[in-house]
Design a protein around this ligand. Structure first.
Ligand SMILES: Cc1ncc(COP(=O)(O)O)c(C=O)c1O
Length: 345
């Protein structure tokens, strides 16, 4: 029997590379997207959830009924909840009260206990989701705190899986890897592996306008004036994660909410790939990079598409949301920007 698995976790990893044929037409290189939405939890975070939990098992830190704690309302939460179900652990997630009800419903559907914490308090306030998660982890026997921003196993998960997969899938021909950075784990772990194979591979990080990561890479200091609120979820940060190996990254590109949103919609319309907001951001980053760097026909570029667009139906894929943001007035992409609906009465 082929493609038959003992449980859902057997489907984690080995995601496909798909050639982009339209959105990157102006670039002479061949561009492949690594579709992390093909993981069973629909994102790249399945890899780190499984890797970190199995590492804790190997160390004897977990037994049946143990508790896994994390601060996330995003993809990592879904992945930890899924892994916990299969392995028989409790999953506790501390999230901010800004989290949309549909996300909380999703996490609860996967059996997670969700603590909703006020967003407008300092990180060291005992009510903040960081402090709540830390306290639960400290007080719960046999529990582990995933702590993805400061856990080197986040890097290791991608060093052991994503990097080798990309190397094999491109038969060692990859010349450029480009990915959005949140914790930095995906790009850092993949880059560490790929640079060991071929130090000439260019590693490009994509940061959000409003985040400090690009500025820190260039100056080694945190520029507080870089910080402002932004809409793209999952990338950029206002602190420096230790899961981001800055020395493995050759260059950072900064992208904004508006162009990334339009690019996400364009990818769906032109490639038939419904990705999350950072899918648009990474392609936007590549196109901006291409304005200052020449690609050749022999270049093989891999872009990471981190998750699935179904989580963003009420955001980038909603004309109402786009209009509220003021993104629909501007002729940014000179292309189809409004999804068509016809109501038959
Ligand atoms: C949608 C999305 N894109 C990109 C990233 C960035 O991945 P990493 O944390 O490995 O840098 C994340 C991380 O949370 C994410 O949720």
């Amino acid at each position: 029997m082929t493609h038959v698995y003992g449980n859902i976790l057997g489907l984690i990893g080995h995601t496909p590379l798909v050639k982009l044929n339209r959105v990157t037409n102006d670039i002479s290189a061949t561009v492949y997207a690594k579709l992390e939405s093909c993981n069973p939890g629909h994102s790249t975070k399945d890899r780190i959830a499984l890797h970190i939990i199995e590492a804790a098992e190997k160390k004897g830190l977990l037994k049946h009924g143990s508790t896994i704690v994390e601060t996330t309302s995003g993809n990592t939460g879904f992945s930890i909840a899924m892994v916990s179900i299969i392995k028989g652990y409790q999953c506790i997630l501390a999230v901010s009260d800004k989290t949309k009800a549909e996300k909380i419903a999703y996490l609860k559907a996967l059996g997670a206990t969700v603590y909703i914490c006020p967003a407008n308090v300092a990180p060291d306030d005992p009510r903040s989701y960081y402090e709540v998660a830390k306290k639960i982890a400290a007080e719960t026997p046999d529990s582990i705190y995933i702590n993805q921003y400061f856990n080197e196993l986040n890097i290791d998960a991608h060093y052991q899986s994503t990097g080798p997969e990309i190397w094999e899938q491109t038969e060692g021909k990859i010349t450029h890897l480009i990915a959005c950075t949140g914790t930095g784990g995906t790009l850092s772990g993949s880059a560490k592996f790929l640079k060991e194979k071929n130090p000439d591979i260019k590693i490009i990080g994509v940061d959000a306008s409003g985040s400090i990561l690009k500025g820190f890479h260039e100056t080694g200091t945190i520029n507080h004036s870089d910080i402002h609120p932004y809409q793209i979820e999952g990338m950029g940060k206002n602190l420096i994660p230790s899961a981001l190996l800055f020395d493995k990254i050759d260059e950072f590109i900064r992208v904004n909410d508006e162009l990334s949103a339009h690019r996400t919609r364009e990818i769906a319309l032109k490639e038939g790939i419904m990705g999350g907001y950072t899918t648009g951001a990474v392609v936007q980053g590549l196109l901006q990079y291409a304005t200052t760097h020449e690609f050749s026909k022999e270049d093989v570029v891999v872009v990471i598409f981190p998750d699935h667009g179904s989580r963003y139906i009420t955001k980038v894929y909603s004309d109402e949301w786009m209009t509220e943001q003021g993104f629909m007035n501007n002729d940014v992409l000179n292309d189809e920007k409004v999804f068509k609906t016809e109501v038959i009465k």
